[in-house]
Design a protein around this ligand. Structure first.
Ligand code: SF4
Length: 486
């Protein structure tokens, strides 16, 4: 998600921002811009969105320069967590025209009272254009009986439960809204006189914007002409909680290591995660018959940083290890576990990696990876590495076993599809299925030790590892029954 206010090149900046956020969603991309007439008393919303990567959706320059004119814009890259990924209607941003003017919305996260809201709105006569949770928010705003837009937002968000970082564009304002638990990241920056909101700071860097701060959990930030002229932020606290529940998986895998997320540098946290994995499960010892040092290799790109942390810790303990680039990744295919559909995933893995044979052959290898979801990717990767003839493969995972789905915006499969559940969390069973010499996961305790608690309210969601869901999920007990009692 990305949003810009007060810039003659708003859609171009949004395009670059989406580029930097491509890793957060690869199914579809879109931009809505707001164009004022010469007197500045009327505005028009322009939209362009399609299935595909940012580069292909906006392959024609004219889309940005001629079609998406305007001084404010919001954008979105999508990967589906609710609603079908192939349905074009589900591509964001969504744009509507209601009695008070135009409204457009980009949403990262997942609402957890969708059924209740959908039934309520349907009973009131609402007709839906998409199958997403995000559309519900637009209807709640449009239907609110409050008089001004801020109160409409406060009213709408008082009815919504779940994880959401949201940009809303109106005819003359840009809003950033974040759920009270701050599950997904959301930051705020400035370039010259323009205000920028983004899921991650790497998208501020690409347009040379300065990072101001996080959008606080439960906060609504409003940018309008007055804010631009005075430089004084307008902020409203919609709701508060005792403890935030940031998604810990953002640090393990999802966010880019060059971003600052939840107020902390991802690179630093990820290195600590790698270091703690090394403390819990060190590399094997080099025996006299081992002709080569133990090779520590990363699975590019998501485990690069954690592998450095792991390797540095091993060196500190005088282990006879060498950090090697043993896997080469082709950058022209997407990251794997967020590709919907299993067959597509197999194809992606085959086209994504190749081995550096000379590095791997006859060597004891430590392979550091961030997570194992279904196991399909890991199994294919292990088979690929084996073809290069290593002596042993020790697979080290920088997260605990994933045992439960995510209802807050990460596209994990059902509980039955998770490899850890297929083996009742028996690591030996998983090791055998993957065909590696040894398999180790980082413990939840050590993971929680690896992340910083700089704010007294900071805490983390770990539900996909622990099944402790911190935010109410409608129908969870029934879902658990279906998933775990079968
Ligand atoms: S369940 Fe897992 S992926 Fe989902 S928000 Fe919690 S920690 Fe993140």
């Amino acid at each position: 998600m990305f949003g810009v206010y007060n810039n003659p090149d708003a859609s171009v900046l949004t395009y670059y921002g989406l580029h930097a956020l491509q890793h957060r969603g690869q199914e579809a991309a879109g931009i809505v811009s707001c164009e004022q007439n010469q007197n500045g008393d009327k505005s028009k919303f322009n939209i362009h969105k399609d299935l595909g990567l940012v580069l292909s959706v906006f392959s024609d320059d004219k889309i940005l320069t001629d079609d998406l004119k305007g001084t404010s814009a919001i954008g979105h890259t999508r990967y589906s967590t609710t609603g079908s990924g192939d349905n074009r209607n589900n591509i964001q941003p969504f744009k509507v025209n209601y009695k008070d003017g135009n409204l457009a919305l980009s949403h990262n996260g997942n609402l957890t009272n969708t059924k209740f809201l959908r039934n309520k709105l349907q009973n009131e006569g609402t007709i839906f254009q998409t199958t997403t949770d995000s559309e519900l928010i637009l209807h709640l705003i449009a239907k609110s009986k409050e008089s001004d837009v801020v109160n409409k937002l406060l009213d709408a968000f008082s009815q919504v439960v779940g994880a959401y970082s949201i940009c809303i564009l109106t005819d003359d304002k840009l809003f950033a809204i974040r759920d009270p638990h701050g599950v997904r990241p959301f930051c705020f920056g400035k370039v010259d006189d323009s205000y920028v909101f983004s899921s991650e700071t790497c998208a501020l860097d690409i347009i040379n914007a300065d990072y101001i701060r996080e959008v606080n959990p439960g906060e609504i930030i409003m940018i309008d002409r007055e804010v631009v002229e005075t430089g004084i932020e307008k902020s409203f606290q919609a709701s508060t909680v005792d403890k935030y529940k940031h998604c810990i998986f953002e640090y393990i895998y999802f966010s880019r290591p060059d971003s600052t997320v939840f107020g902390e540098k991802v690179d630093k946290v990820r290195r600590t995660i790698g270091k703690n994995l090394a403390i819990e499960s060190p590399a094997p010892v080099r025996e006299p018959e081992d002709t080569k040092k133990i090779g520590i290799i990363n699975v590019p790109d998501s485990s690069n940083t954690a592998t450095l942390g792991y390797f540095n810790e091993m060196v500190k303990h005088n282990k006879d290890v060498k950090h090697e680039i043993g896997l080469i990744r082709s950058h022209y295919v997407g990251r794997t576990f967020i590709q919907p559909g299993k067959d597509k995933r197999k194809m992606k893995v085959k086209t994504k990696f190749n081995t550096v044979k000379g590095v791997i052959k006859d060597r004891k290898l430590v392979v550091v990876d961030d997570s194992i979801v279904r196991g399909t990717t890991s199994k294919l990767l292990v088979d690929l590495i084996k073809k290069a003839d290593p002596k042993e493969i020790h697979l080290k995972i920088t997260s605990p076993p994933i045992v439960s789905p995510c209802y807050y915006g990460m596209d994990f499969p059902t509980a039955e599809e998770l490899i850890a559940n297929q083996h009742d969390s028996n690591v030996e069973g998983i090791r055998e299925e993957l065909g590696v010499t040894s398999l180790s996961y980082l413990s939840t305790e050590k993971l929680l030790e690896s992340v910083p608690y700089s704010n007294p309210k900071t805490d983390f969601c770990t539900a996909c590892f622990t099944k402790n869901y911190p935010i109410q999920i409608e129908g969870l007990e029934e879902m658990k029954k279906e998933q775990f009692d079968d």
